[in-house]
Each structure stands twice: as C-alpha cells, then as structure tokens.
Design a protein around this ligand. Sequence first.
Ligand SMILES: C[S@@+](CC[C@H](N)C(=O)[O-])C[C@H]1O[C@@H](n2cnc3c(N)ncnc32)[C@H](O)[C@@H]1O
Ligand SMILES: [Zn+2]
Length: 185
Amino acid sequence: MAREELAVRVRRLTIGGQSVKIGGRTMGQAVRTPLFEVHESSIHGVGVFASRRIRKGTRVIEYLGERITHEVADERYHDDATEHPHVLLFIVDEAIVVDGGHGGNEARFINHSCDPNCEAVVVNGHIYIQAIKTIQPGVELTYDYRLTRPGRRRAIWKQLYACHCGAPNCRGTMLEPPTPRKRKR
Ligand SMILES: C[S@@+](CC[C@H](N)C(=O)[O-])C[C@H]1O[C@@H](n2cnc3c(N)ncnc32)[C@H](O)[C@@H]1O
Ligand SMILES: [Zn+2]
C-alpha cells in the first residue's frame, strides 16, 4: 500500500501561565506578524507563503493530524477513491502515521517542489517542516514530497503524480527519484 509523506508549526499564547494554540500568529510581549499565510499558489490550488523572512533552520510548523496506524491509513485511503490517495499521510515510524486530512493544520497546504526551501524532520514522534534556506517574505514554502509507491514503478504514475513546481531541476513528478540500479561487475 502506498503511503506518502507530507507535514506545521504551532504558535502559542501564554494566558495565565497556560499555553494556548493560536492559528498562525506568534505572541509574546508584542504581537508579531505571522510567519506564513495560506493563499493561492501558481504550483497548485493554495499554498503556504512566508509573510516575513524565515531563517534557515527555523521550524516553521508542525505537521498535525490524527495519529493512526498504518492499517487504519490503508483502510481509510484507497488507491481508487481519490486523486492522490495518500498525499496527506505522513509516516512517523513503523507504528504511526499522521493523517493531515483529519485534524490537520496549515501544513497540509504546503506544496511540493523539486527544489524545495524546507524539509520535513521527525523529532520525538513529531513531524516538523523546517527551513533549509533563508526564505524571503512572499516566497512559497515547499518541500520535496518524495512520494513512494510499492512494487514496480508504473509509467502512469508519472502522469498521475506530475509535478508543476517550475524549478529548473524539476524531475517532473512528486514521486521519489528511482534508486539507481547497481551495475553488474
Ligand atoms: C497536501 S496538498 C497541498 C495543498 C494543495 N495545493 C491544495 O490546494 O489543497 C497536496 C496536493 O497538492 C497538489 N500539489 C502539490 N504540489 C504539487 C506540485 N509540485 N505539482 C503538482 N501538484 C502539486 C497535488 O494535487 C497534491 O495531491
Ligand atoms: Zn518539480
């Protein structure tokens, strides 16, 4: 069964000593401009864009969603049921998958690019989208989905998972690059 990866940052406001989640805004002593905003993207549908400079290494957002088993994920998403059945699933480990389609946050709107400015990292069972470059305001946040499918690679997948990131090095698909075959000596 195919499973793919994807991934948010949650900002918090401390009220009376309690940490409270607030959508897209960091608050402390002063109100700060949100790190990102969601709007229309030239890559696909809506995407997530930096609303101020994001330094390399910043954990932008945690990829949130319902934490389910691989078995539940397989039952929930069938290959024929949706256009990209597993694109909202993110593998944490052998036991847990995060389903951004249920209880997810803005991270689920981050588009794929073959020349990304972010990457997904798993830390203590949590998935974060982290900047791998310093990102200027207005620039779309992206990461490389590197989607995987089981079994033999089928020609139709390239079309089904066609990439429109527009990067000069676009590999034409959101699927992970094929592993090079070992040469016979
Ligand atoms: C997690 S959603 C990203 C948010 C999406 N743009 C939206 O409006 O809901 C993933 C879906 O966005 C589309 N997508 C993301 N990156 C893409 C890319 N580089 N090229 C083509 N489609 C892309 C695909 O349809 C994919 O299944
Ligand atoms: Zn691409």
